[in-house]
Design a binder for this molecule. Structure first.
Ligand code: SAM
Ligand code: SF4
Length: 325
């Protein structure tokens, strides 16, 4: 559907759980967080019912995220249920990859189209420091399982945060020998992200060009998102950037987000949206739900104001592990 600013909204990101098996420094506090009771999360039946309505309103692509989506039992069942909805063209997932190697065969059978795997470093000690868990080997097994899966589109997401400056070149180098898009995501001042020294796209590019030579912009877009991509000499894959801070892309935003507890968030920064779980559990029929979704999308904010203290009314109810990035 078209929002109040004339943008086409055809992409829905669904956080299926607030739980996670890692505790990344920019996402969760060291002491962890209190997980939501399971009954507060949308059930798979509720998610699938909502997805039918979103598809009727024009959503074509769905991404499952978290928390860690693979921490929720029976995810292939959800993937298959969403894939079967008329109008839905792809179901993808953003994961830390820890449990991916084990679960990938069932997810592929269910119709998973693509995987984005988050990995900020290839150094074991640094990985343990950033994620507060010593699980780099599991993440790498997940990455290689995804790369070996025929037909699965794979992207790697890295958040440059100062600490991993020395790992940006080794991570980009993964795209040298693999048909993989390695993307650098500018740290956003959401939750704990505000306390770390993120790196800008220009800073990362300077490091990569010093190592690999000039980066050549690609006209091609990959997937449904705001990433822009470059090729490098002798690279099989691509290097991309998602630069919400220095290259704002809100004018072409195509997405809305459903939190694990069923709040439809129409902008990553703000609390604007609608509590669909309250409507669902209050007995609303499909017509009421569809109208509520359409009204929320009509009022989707024009843009974020990260970094603009004067207008920075951040969402204080939802953190990144509840929204899903
Ligand atoms: N657990 C899964 C994972 O890590 O891929 C999915 C959820 S995680 C919240 C989704 C993405 O958000 C990850 O790639 C993570 O690096 C990114 N992220 C979390 N906090 C962020 C922040 N403040 N700024 C930019 N990206 C962030
Ligand atoms: Fe978990 Fe992803 Fe947050 Fe890291 S970024 S703590 S993997 S939800």
């Amino acid at each position: 559907m078209i929002d109040g600013q004339g943008r086409t909204i055809d992409y829905l990101r669904i956080s299926v759980t607030d739980r996670c098996n890692l505790c990344c420094v920019y996402c969760m506090p060291p002491e962890g967080v209190e997980w939501m009771p399971h009954a507060d999360l949308l059930s798979y039946e509720e998610i699938i019912r909502l997805c039918h309505l979103f598809a009727r309103l024009g959503v074509r692509k769905v991404r499952l995220t978290g928390g860690e989506p693979l921490a929720r039992k029976g995810l292939p069942q959800l993937v298959a249920g969403i894939r079967a909805i008329p109008g839905i063209e792809s179901v993808s997932m953003t994961t830390n990859g820890i449990a991916l190697a084990e679960q990938l065969p069932a997810l592929l059978d269910a119709g998973l189209s693509a995987v984005n795997l988050s990995l900020d470093t290839l150094d074991r000690a640094q990985y343990a420091a950033i994620t507060r868990r010593d699980k780099l080997e599991d993440a790498l097994r997940g990455l290689h399982a995804a790369l070996d899966a025929p037909g699965l589109r794979v992207k790697l997401n890295c958040v440059p945060m100062g600490e991993n400056d020395g790992q940006l070149v080794p991570l980009a180098a993964l795209a040298q020998d693999h048909d993989l898009a390695v993307r650098f995501i500018e740290l956003m001042p959401i939750g704990l992200g505000g306390g770390l020294p993120g790196r800008t796209e220009e800073e990362v590019r300077a490091r990569l060009e010093a190592a690999f030579g000039p980066m050549i912009p690609c006209s091609e877009t990959l997937g449904a998102g705001p990433g822009h991509y470059f090729t490098l000499p002798h690279f099989l894959g691509k290097v991309g950037f998602i630069s919400a801070m220095t290259h704002q892309f809100c004018h072409q935003c195509n997405r809305v987000r459903l939190t694990a507890t069923g709040f439809l968030k129409t902008c990553l920064q703000y609390e604007t949206g609608v509590d669909l779980r309250a409507l669902l559990r209050g007995g609303a029929d499909d017509g009421v739900l569809e109208a509520a979704i359409a009204a929320a999308i009509q009022h989707k904010p024009l843009r974020h104001h990260f970094g603009d203290a004067a207008v920075q009314r951040a969402d204080e109810r939802h953190n990144m592990h509840q929204i899903g990035g």
